[in-house]
Design a protein around this ligand. Structure first.
Ligand SMILES: [Zn+2]
Length: 93
């Protein structure tokens, strides 16, 4: 391990909470599940599917997992209308 921390390697840089990352073309969104205590980053376009898949598979369709609340406002402003993330879905099947 390093003795002196006078150098700040770029790799240690911690990105601020944001849906926009520079590592991918598409912004990734953290999905958190309080019951499973998991956080998963998925591509923006995959968010509805990831949520549905997780909640359907793990929680009998209950909406337990959700977009990181800290980002919900951002998402709501940016893309909620496009993706319909926060519309209530009719249960199918
Ligand atoms: Zn879960």
């Amino acid at each position: 391990m390093l003795g002196e921390a006078s150098v700040t390697p770029e790799g240690i840089y911690r990105a601020p909470a944001s849906i926009w990352t520079m590592s991918t073309d598409e912004p990734s969104v953290p999905i958190v599940c309080t019951e499973c205590e998991t956080e998963t980053r998925v591509p923006l376009s995959d968010v509805p599917d990831a949520l549905a898949r997780h909640n359907d598979g793990k929680h009998d369709g209950e909406e337990v997992a959700e977009v990181d609340p800290a980002l919900k406002d951002q998402l709501a402003d940016l893309v909620a209308e496009d993706l319909g993330l926060f519309e209530e879905e009719e249960t199918t099947g």
